[in-house]
Design a binder for this molecule. Structure first.
Ligand code: MEV
Length: 310
């Protein structure tokens, strides 16, 4: 069984599309997949949605993404892949990249091919492009590698090594958004007001760089403070929503050292850093009906291979 991690972005979503630094952390949940060459027609079966997509169905976006992966893998025979994922889609948790990476690995396993992480990411990027148009690559990088990474487009990802794992709380607002449209929304703003939006992206770059250093030093209060500032800059680009604001404010009141939207925004999830434990934050969120969970982030969080955290 092949696996890949879902993720949270601690710093730098959107800015990373425009060449700035991002910091992402794997969650100990994500996607798994297995493949076999026992098919007449290449098909991808996706749970929990009970979705069946054929690679030769040009009207089906998932089918086109599957075809793109098969082409990137140079697959010549029909192949049946079964995949499942345990994070919501369209919620900023890297659901699509995790499925893409798990599918790439499953196909390689079935073909008896050994792939390094760079090749996994290259093939999974073909999948991501179908959904996201212009992905920075951060989602597939963290899905493939796990742990915590500083990522800049066109450069090798840099693993970060905080001295210990920390709890993080994740709230799903129940509102889904399309990464592609949110990325286009920022690109339009950048085109219209290059100086103002460019300064925000530069500001996020500084926060992400400082955030990476604070993570490596285990300075979690500082990481949280920088996350709050990153959220404010994202909100200034109209990427937050009332529910995301509510989730971040409740988390801060309940003791989070920092909170922000994560992923594309416009809905999706908020995250709250909780080095002293996330129970009070989860209770506050549940009190107003948010679907939420606690996870740990750190260098050992990865769901590769046998699915055990390393
Ligand atoms: C989505 O998880 C992160 C974005 O920065 C898009 C990307 O990096 O491709 C919004």
């Amino acid at each position: 069984m092949a696996r890949a991690s879902a993720k949270v972005i601690l710093f730098g979503e959107h800015a990373v599309v425009h060449g700035r630094v991002a910091v992402a952390a794997a969650l100990d949940r994500g996607a798994k997949a297995s493949a076999s060459f026992d098919a007449q027609r290449s098909v991808l079966e996706l749970e929990p949605w009970g979705r069946v997509s054929y690679a030769d169905d040009a009207d089906d976006e998932v089918g086109r993404a599957y075809a793109a992966v098969l082409e990137a893998a140079g697959a010549r025979r029909a192949v049946r892949t079964q995949a499942s994922v345990d994070v919501p889609g369209g919620a900023g948790l890297g659901c699509s990249a995790a499925i893409g990476v798990a599918v790439v690995r499953a196909l390689a396993e079935a073909a008896g091919e050994a792939l390094d992480d760079d090749e996994v990411c290259r093939r999974a990027t073909a999948w991501e492009r179908v959904f996201h148009g212009n992905p920075s690559g951060v989602d597939v990088a963290i899905a493939a590698r796990g742990g915590v990474l500083a990522f800049k487009r066109g450069e090798p990802p840099r693993p970060l090594h905080p001295p210990f794992d920390v709890p993080i709380a994740v709230a799903f607002t129940g509102e889904c958004s399309s990464t592609k449209s949110m990325v286009e929304h920022v690109a339009r703003q950048l085109e219209r007001r290059p100086e103002v939006v460019g300064r925000s992206l530069d500001g996020i770059d500084v926060l992400a760089t400082k955030g990476a250093a604070a993570i490596e030093a285990g300075m979690w209060h500082e990481v949280g403070r920088l996350m709050d500032l990153n959220h404010a800059l994202l909100a200034g680009m109209m990427l937050s929503t009332e529910k995301l604001e509510q989730a971040c404010n409740l988390a801060r009141q309940a003791g989070a050292t920092g909170a922000k939207l994560t992923g594309a925004g416009g809905g999706g999830c908020a995250i709250a850093l909780a080095p002293m434990g996330a129970a009070a934050i989860l209770q506050a969120w549940r009190g107003v009906g948010f679907d939420c969970f606690e996870a740990r982030i750190g260098p050992r969080v990865v769901i590769l291979g046998g699915g055990e955290a390393r």
